[in-house]
Design a binder for this molecule. Structure first.
Ligand SMILES: [Zn+2]
Length: 217
């Protein structure tokens, strides 16, 4: 977890420009790439992060006046593993239909909570799980790329498909359901490593946006 101070040299920090871009990056389908500058050593790439939450803290600005500062909680994007003490999300899904799962996924993806620490991590995992549950339900056991049935059934008795983030290079972490597809392992590998991977990814983006448009009604 990385604590990241928002921008704004003087006065209270507000959600404009860069601060808004960080808070809303999932909704906007934008990657959050973090670089660290240290003096003459230059710039170091820290990695791709997700905004898990934020808080307001009283800090001094450059004129030594107290002001409200925004502190973002960022976590590495490809740390997609659930936290150990999390309740199983599947239990919350009992009796929820596709529209319900979609509403929950959208709501989860579109709000960056005002929380820090463990609560931020937990909310990030909930978001990730809600989007994952929805896209798997949306696919209904059929790969959203090649339209073939999932290659096998899991030990839990569900068709095996993998969430793929169409707008990103890595697949970890939460996202918006408009940018996540449920694909078979073969399509998934081909999209990431195949000669025609980007063409296949573009076609998947189209297929998902059609599904999402008709779900909007
Ligand atoms: Zn496939």
């Amino acid at each position: 977890m990385l604590r990241y101070f928002g921008e704004g040299q003087v006065g209270d920090m507000v959600f404009e420009r860069g601060n808004r871009a960080i808070r809303d990056h999932l909704v906007d389908g934008k990657d959050l790439l973090i670089f660290h500058t240290h003096g003459r050593e230059g710039v170091r790439f820290l990695g791709q992060f997700e905004c898990a939450g934020y808080s307001h803290e009283i800090r001094t600005d450059r004129f030594s006046r107290s002001r409200s500062a925004i502190v973002f909680e960022l976590v590495l994007a490809n740390v997609g593993e659930p936290v150990k003490d999390e309740e199983p999300i599947e239990e919350l899904d009992l009796g929820v239909d596709l529209a319900g799962l979609r509403a929950r996924a959208l709501e989860a993806a579109r709000s960056t909570p005002q929380v820090t620490g463990t609560a931020a991590r937990r909310s990030l995992y909930r978001r990730s799980a809600a989007v994952r549950r929805y896209v798997l339900a949306r696919a209904a056991g059929i790969c959203e790329s090649c339209n073939q049935p999932a290659p096998f059934v899991t030990q839990r008795g569900e068709p095996y498909l993998e969430p793929h983030h169409t707008r990103r290079l890595s697949d970890g972490g939460p996202d918006d359901p408009r940018f996540v597809g449920a694909v078979c392992p073969s399509c998934h590998r081909e999209i990431h490593h195949g000669l025609h991977g980007s063409t296949k990814n573009d076609a998947l983006i189209q297929a998902i946006s059609q599904k999402e448009a008709s779900a909007e009604g």
